[in-house]
Design a protein around this ligand. Structure first.
Ligand code: NAD
Ligand code: IPM
Ligand code: MN
Length: 357
């Protein structure tokens, strides 16, 4: 079985970490022998924009549509306004391919550094289901009278019944399947239309899942509890913007930006899904081979799971754990001295050592 993967390495550390992800996928395929990956690299991103005046080719979406999955590094770099680079590449893919589920594990793996005191791996074990297609990221609004005294900017949040219901239902299904609790995070006290509606739909859908124990938190309190008492959270469902912010907080408590991964899923599989580390292009460390590729490797585990190779997915996660417990081949963000490529090589070495037939 061959899986065709579109690779958009993007900007900054994107190409550095993605090269390691590709290495790992190839190693898994080689050792397994029953499937393979075919990678097609697209040179899209900020450099492409500076040359061509656009973030991707005009027929970019048509091209991507044919792939089984997209593997993305990071997008955005000083010199191109972020709202252009992100809207015309990353966000357009999430939206046009209806990748309305963003799965972001916030799980303290063995050996991962955490700034929290007295927590165990069991205490931080959540998965965020972030709405990924609308909400605060709908791109609806206007900019009136620019530069004039009466200048006014409007940014609308768009919360459709369909959009809220499908992500909330997805989260309930996951919580039910895994026997976990489900926490909804919103802000109905201040956002008196969108979040009141969200809360109402959460309540409506919960009636179909009497077996799932639910909690509902305001986003400000939820941020506090994620730090003070993270074990309250198991499956979490939230809006696009809250999910973005809370998963960087989640990364901070569970190993850092260099370890946090995310899957942008189109559950119907009408369009390709997209796998990526959740961090950005990190211009502050780009080009130095010091970026941590483990977030990308974790997104490889998510991709393997998506393709039905659950066992390989679990193996990759346990290799990430082993590497952190060994603490011999780690990048500086994890207090090591290894290069990006050395960490990727170590993952490959362990795959071959443990699983070659
Ligand atoms: P960032 O995630 O790029 O960096 C935040 C901090 O985390 C930096 O100090 C960086 O060095 C560190 N960091 C990130 N990834 C790391 C890794 N793998 N290993 C070690 N350290 C790592 O966020 P930012 O600085 O706010 O954004 C930089 C650019 O990336 C902006 O243009 C932004 O819009 C874009 N961005 C893109 C994505 C994406 O493509 N998915 C996500 C977030 C930000
Ligand atoms: C992420 C990123 C993106 C988001 C940006 C770059 C548009 O921060 O994937 O977390 O906000 O979704
Ligand atoms: Mn983010």
């Amino acid at each position: 079985m061959k899986h065709n993967i579109a690779v958009i390495a993007g900007d900054g550390i994107g190409p550095e970490v993605l090269a390691e992800g590709v290495k790992v996928l190839n190693a898994v395929a080689e050792v397994d022998g029953s499937f393979s990956f075919d990678f097609t690299h697209f040179p899209w991103g900020c450099e492409y924009y500076l040359k061509h005046g656009k973030m991707m080719a005009d027929d970019g979406m048509e091209k991507l549509k044919k792939f089984d999955a997209i593997f993305l590094g990071a997008v955005g770099y000083p010199g191109v306004p972020d709202h252009i680079s992100l809207w015309d590449l990353l966000l357009v893919i999430r939206k046009k391919f209806d990748q309305y589920i963003n799965i972001r594990p916030v799980k303290l793996l063995k050996g991962a550094p955490t700034p929290l005191k007295d927590v165990t791996c069991e205490d931080i074990d959540m998965v965020f289901i972030r709405e990924n297609s609308e909400g605060e990221y709908a791109g609806s609004g206007s900019w009136l009278y620019p530069g004039q005294d009466n200048e006014v900017v409007i940014q609308n949040g768009v919360f459709s019944r369909k959009g809220c219901e499908r992500v909330i239902r997805y989260a309930f299904e996951l919580a039910k399947k895994e026997g976990k609790t489900l926490t909804s995070i919103s802000k109905g006290n201040a956002l008196n239309y969108s979040m009141v509606f969200w809360d109402q739909i959460f309540k409506e859908v919960s009636a179909d899942y009497p077996e799932v124990k639910t909690y509902s938190y305001l986003v400000d309190a939820a941020s506090m509890f994620m730090v003070k008492d993270p074990k309250r959270f198991e499956v979490v469902v939230t809006s696009n913007l809250f999910g973005d912010i809370l998963t960087d907080l989640g990364a901070a408590i569970s190993g850092g930006m260099g370890l946090a991964a995310g899957a942008n899923i189109n559950p119907e599989r009408t369009f390709p899904s997209m796998f990526e580390p959740i961090h950005g292009s990190a211009p502050d460390i780009a080009g130095k081979q010091i970026a941590n590729p483990l977030a990308t490797v974790w997104s490889v585990a998510q991709m393997l799971e998506f393709f039905g190779y659950q066992e390989w997915s679990d193996r990759i996660i346990s290799i990430i754990e082993e590497i952190m417990v060994d603490a011999k081949v780690l990048t500086p963000d994890m207090y090591g001295t290894a290069k990006t490529s050395e960490v990727g090589d170590e993952v490959v070495r362990k795959i071959k050592e443990k699983y070659s037939k």
